[in-house]
Design a protein around this ligand. Structure first.
Ligand code: SF4
Length: 437
C-alpha cells in the first residue's frame, strides 16, 4: 500500500492511555491505541511487582513514556499525520523531543519505504493542554547500577569492566529475556533475584496488517530499553543505567545520508534521553553507555579474552526467532560478522569451539556475498550486482584463500589496536591509511 493513499484514508491515530492491574506477583500494563477507521491495538507488558506503588507519579510517567515509544510500532502501519495523545499534557519541548525521536528513529523505515517527509510535516502531535503537568519528586536514595543485558558480547564486556572496577552493587535488566542473557548475568555474579525481567507482548494485529501490505520497517527499539530500564532502575533503587552501545552506533547506515538504523543507540539519542530524564522525569536515575568510546573491534578484542563467556554468548537474532532458545543460525550476516570480528583474536580451533564451524571457510554463495558486503568491497546491496562486481575482482576458485589471507593479514600486520601501516603492503590502497597518515 502506498504512503499517500494511507495518510489520506487514515489521518488520525490516538493514544487513549494505558490500564494497570495487579495479577498475583506481577503488574500488567495494557496500552490502548487506535488507528481511526482501521483498528485498535492493545500491546502489553508485565512487570515484576518489586518496588511498584501504582499511585507513584514517577512510575506513572515512565509507564506513559513507554506507551509513547510503543505507539510508533503501530502508527507506522499507516503513518497517520495526526497523533492525539489523550489524558496527558505535553509541553512544546516534550512534543519536539518525541517528534525528533520518531523522525530519526524511523529514518531507515522512511528510506526503505520511499517515504519522503520532513521533521516538520511527518506528524502533528496534539495533547490535552488544559490538564495539570505531572509533578515528579526526586527519589530519596539511589545507588548502584542497572545493566541492560541482551546476551551478546557488548553487554558482557560492560559487565566485565564494571566487575574489574569493583562495582558489585549491580542488577541486570533483560526484556523478554533469552537464555544467553540470563546465563551471562549469572556468570557475571548476579543472583537470579538481581535480574529484572519484564515481558513485552506485541499486539499480533500489526503482524496481520504487515501481511496485508501496510507499511512496515525498523523502529527505535532501544528507546524502549532506555525508558523501561530507567524505570526498573528507579523501582529497584539503582542510580545508573549502564548501556553497552559503542561508537559505530553513531554512524549513518545509508552512505551519504543521515539515516541511521541504530539511532536510538547513538550518542545523540543518549544525550537527548539523559536530558529528557533530567527535565521531565527527574527521579535521580542517570543513563549512559559505558562502551561509547570503544569501537566494535576493540570490544571484540576484550571479549576474545573473556573465555568463560564464549560458550554462552549469542548475537544471532535469526536463530532465536520467536523462542527463548538461543542458537547461532550460522546462515545470516550477523553470525558471519561475529566470526569475522573475533577472528583476529581467536585461532581457527577456538572459533570452531564456539560456532562448531568456521564460517570464513563456508563455500556458500550467500556467505560470500555477506562477507563482501561486510568488508565494503561494494556499496550496493543488490545480490546480483554484487555477484558480478565481485566476480570481476575475485574468481570463485580464489574466494576461500582470499578470506584466509585477509584474516592472516589482520593477525600479522593489521592489528586492530595498533596496525603496522608503515610496513604494510596494502598502504597504497588502504582508505584507513590514507585518512590517518
Ligand atoms: S595500511 Fe591499512 S591494511 Fe595496512 S596495516 Fe594499516 S590499516 Fe591495516
Amino acid at each position: 500500500m502506498q504512503y499517500n493513499e494511507l495518510i489520506e484514508r487514515y489521518p488520525d491515530f490516538i493514544y487513549h492511555g494505558y490500564r494497570l492491574a495487579r495479577e498475583q506477583n506481577i503488574w500488567r500494563v495494557v496500552y490502548d491505541f487506535e488507528t481511526v477507521g482501521l483498528t485498535e491495538f492493545h500491546p502489553s507488558w508485565t512487570l515484576p511487582a518489586r518496588g511498584i506503588d501504582p499511585d507513584d507519579p514517577t512510575f506513572r510517567e515512565f509507564l506513559f513514556s513507554i506507551g509513547m515509544v510503543e505507539l510508533i510500532s503501530y502508527w507506522k502501519a499507516t503513518c497517520s499525520p495526526r497523533v492525539r495523545v489523550e489524558g496527558a499534557c505535553l509541553s512544546e519541548g516534550q512534543i519536539g523531543w518525541w517528534k525528533k525521536l520518531y523522525f530519526n528513529g524511523l529514518g531507515e523505515f522512511f528510506y526503505t519505504n520511499g517515504v519522503d517527509v520532513t521533521p516538520e510535516n511527518f506528524m502533528q502531535i496534539e495533547t490535552d493542554s488544559d490538564l495539570p503537568r505531572t509533578e515528579i519528586t526526586p527519589a530519596k536514595e539511589l545507588k548502584g547500577c542497572m545493566v541492560p543485558v541482551g546476551g551478546g558480547k557488548d553487554s558482557i564486556v560492560a559487565l566485565h569492566i564494571l566487575g574489574r572496577s569493583g562495582m558489585t552493587d549491580k542488577m541486570c535488566f533483560m526484556m523478554n529475556h533469552r537464555n544467553s542473557a540470563f546465563a551471562t548475568a549469572l556468570l557475571s555474579g548476579c543472583r537470579p533475584e538481581e535480574i529484572y525481567r519484564p515481558k513485552r507482548y506485541l499486539d499480533r494485529k500489526i503482524v496481520e496488517l504487515n501481511a496485508q501490505g501496510f507499511l512496515n520497517g525498523h523502529t527505535p527499539l532501544s528507546a524502549l530499553i532506555a525508558f523501561s530500564a530507567s524505570m526498573a532502575a528507579y523501582l529497584c533503587g539503582k542510580r545508573y543505567v549502564v548501556l553497552s552501545n559503542e561508537s559505530s552506533a553513531n554512524e549513518a547506515s545509508v552512505a551519504g545520508s543521515t539515516v541511521n538504523h541504530q539511532y536510538s543507540k547513538s550518542f545523540a539519542f543518549e544525550k537527548d534521553f539523559a536530558d529528557y530524564l533530567a527535565q521531565y522525569i527527574p527521579c535521580g536515575v542517570r543513563y549512559f553507555s559505558l562502551l561509547r568510546p570503544l569501537s566494535e573491534i576493540q570490544i571484540a578484542a576484550i571479549f576474545s579474552r573473556l573465555r568463560e563467556y564464549h560458550e554462552v554468548f549469542r548475537s544471532c537474532n535469526a536463530g532465536n526467532a520467536g523462542t527463548r532458545f538461543d542458537t547461532w543460525c550460522l546462515d545470516c550476516s550477523k553470525c558471519l560478522f561475529v566470526v569475522m570480528i573475533l577472528s583476529p583474536f581467536l585461532c581457527d580451533a577456538e572459533i570452531r569451539d564456539i560456532f562448531r564451524i568456521n564460517l570464513l571457510n563456508s563455500p556458500s554463495e550467500k556467505m560470500t556475498r555477506y562477507f563482501e558486503q561486510l568488508i565494503g568491497l561494494h556499496e550496493t546491496k543488490d545480490a546480483f550486482k554484487i555477484e558480478s562486481i565481485l566476480r570481476e575482482l575475485l574468481p570463485p576458485e580464489k574466494s576461500n584463500d582470499f578470506c584466509h589471507r585477509l584474516v592472516l593479514h589482520g593477525r600479522a600486520v593489521c592489528d586492530a589496536r595498533k596496525p603496522r601501516c608503515e610496513e604494510c603492503c596494502m598502504k597504497e590502497i588502504c582508505r584507513y591509511y590514507e585518512m590517518n597518515k
